[in-house]
Write a protein that binds this ligand. Structure first.
Ligand code: PRT
Ligand code: MG
Length: 211
């Protein structure tokens, strides 16, 4: 049996064509069914639906053999126990620093000001600002980072941006790109050896579908 960990929403939707190329079709849409374990057209493949940030954890401990997770999530997780063979180039966006339109971020950085940064991506943010030599106080949030500068909690945020619509709706502007983000296939390192016969054709079909 192969277990694939996916989050519902954009990752699930954008993964369907890649799984189809490997001959795997889930029996249900998690959005509609509310089921957390979903069978597929193949008796030996099932999908478990988990929170996006939990995907690497399921795969790390072997509760899932395969998973699909954003680079943002993988950087925060750290990648222990995971083999990351493929950039799937789906669920693309960019991680960036954003600040209120009236805040001169570049000037604050030049002055060497100590900045309050709210984010769910504390590890990635810490590394980014350390590399730039910017002093920051990081404030960990679990949702709606965009609110933090507006409510006076932080000077700026580190968040994902795709269309820019959310920033605009909250009078924030992107002041620095940190890195481009896309979803990666992740594989449990032990499964890769013990279930090689089952996994190899699936990995090759997904790789083929990307080309
Ligand atoms: O939503 P939930 O809290 O359950 O979990 P999640 O947000 O971690 O999951 P989900 O499904 O929203 O995102 C899964 C993955 O999709 C992320 O880990 C990213 O790798 C990727 N992805 C791609 C995005 C976006 N684009 C994106 N735009 N994840 C989040 N966003 C959010 C962003 O945080 C911001 O709030 O969308 C908003 C900005 O979008 P625009 O289009 O207004 O710029
Ligand atoms: Mg979300």
């Amino acid at each position: 049996m192969i277990t694939i960990a996916l989050s519902k929403g954009r990752i699930f939707e954008e993964t369907l064509p890649l799984l189809a190329a490997a001959g795997i079709v889930p029996n249900e849409n998690p959005e509609a069914s509310r089921k957390l374990i979903i069978g597929t057209n193949r008796d030996d493949v099932r999908v478990v639906i988990v929170r996006a940030t939990d995907v690497p954890t399921y795969v790390q401990y072997g509760a899932a053999d395969l998973g699909i997770a954003g680079k943002d999530v993988l950087l925060e997780h750290g990648g222990a126990g995971l083999y990351q063979p493929l950039d799937l180039k789906i669920a693309r966006c960019r991680m960036c620093v954003a600040a209120p339109a009236g805040f001169d971020y570049a000037a604050a950085v030049r002055r060497g000001a100590r900045l309050k940064i709210a984010t769910k991506y504390v590890n990635t943010a810490r590394e980014h600002f350390a590399k730039k030599g910017v002093h920051v106080d990081l404030i960990k949030l679990y949702g709606s980072m965009e609110l933090a500068p507006l409510a006076g909690l932080a000077d700026a945020i580190v968040d994902l941006v795709s269309t820019g619509g959310t920033l605009r709706a909250n009078q924030l502007v992107e002041v620095e790109e940190i890195m481009p983000i896309s979803a990666r296939l992740i594989v449990n390192q032990a499964s890769l050896k013990t279930k090689r016969g089952l996994l190899k054709p699936v990995l090759e079909a997904i790789e083929g579908a990307l080309r």
